[in-house]
Design a protein around this ligand. Structure first.
Ligand SMILES: Cc1cc2nc3c(=O)[nH]c(=O)nc-3n(C[C@H](O)[C@H](O)[C@H](O)COP(=O)(O)O)c2cc1C
Length: 192
């Protein structure tokens, strides 16, 4: 082989190596990512903050469960047996109406549902939400989370499972109102 021909072959070698590398697709979204929704009800803003941080941390769609009739401060007085919240929570069949359209759950795999603990369990409007969407929740994972003055989740998970029998309802967890995005994301990873 001539010196010039050998030089040409050697120069071409690394280029050949590069050409055999598998092509990396550019600008393509990862497939098979579970689609996640964070639904929440919040009367005084604490659970709303946690829900927003959670949704932001895991890239989920946020959906507010807004009461058709908002709760005023007198409605929330748990010391008053006649207050709206006391009356609703004393009646297990109470289903306060929700404003606006139901969330679009098509293609959603995991639904986190957040609420304040009222009388050691989920507020009645959460029962409305789960019952109204029971069919759409079939086969999906429903993960309750809450804020409270200190109480845990109580029977919330079992209550929601009874309202949406075909959903897979996880045990869920109570968070401090100041729970960080990192703490929430680490917990949420277990369900996705
Ligand atoms: C009607 C009512 C009942 C409550 N019951 C409890 C309870 O049983 N245990 C508890 O720790 N906190 C209880 N709380 C406190 C709330 O769970 C707590 O303040 C929560 O973080 C409020 O969330 P929000 O701001 O998203 O509405 C109750 C609050 C209200 C208004």
């Amino acid at each position: 082989m001539k010196k010039t021909t050998l030089l040409a072959v050697l120069l071409a070698l690394p280029l050949c190596g590069c050409a055999q590398e598998p092509e990396t697709p550019k600008g393509t979204e990862p497939v098979n990512q579970p689609k996640t929704l964070v639904a929440f009800f919040s009367a005084t803003g604490t659970t709303k903050g946690v829900a927003e941080r959670l949704a932001g941390a895991i890239g989920a769609v946020l959906y507010e469960i807004a009461p058709e009739t908002p709760y005023g401060m007198a409605d929330l007085d748990w010391r008053d047996k006649q207050s709206r919240s006391s009356v609703e929570m004393a009646d297990r069949a109470s289903r306060p109406a929700i404003a606006g359209p139901a969330p679009d759950l098509a293609g959603v795999d995991v639904v986190f549902v957040g609420f304040p603990i009222w009388w050691y369990r989920e507020p009645s409007i959460i029962d409305t939400f789960v019952e109204n969407n029971a069919d759409a929740l079939a086969g999906k994972t429903l993960v309750p989370f809450a804020t409270s003055g200190g109480s845990g989740m109580g029977d919330s998970s079992a209550n929601l499972q009874a309202l949406a029998p075909a959903a897979k309802v996880a045990e869920g967890r109570r968070f401090r109102g100041s729970a960080s995005a990192d703490e929430l994301a680490a917990w949420a990873r277990g369900f996705r």
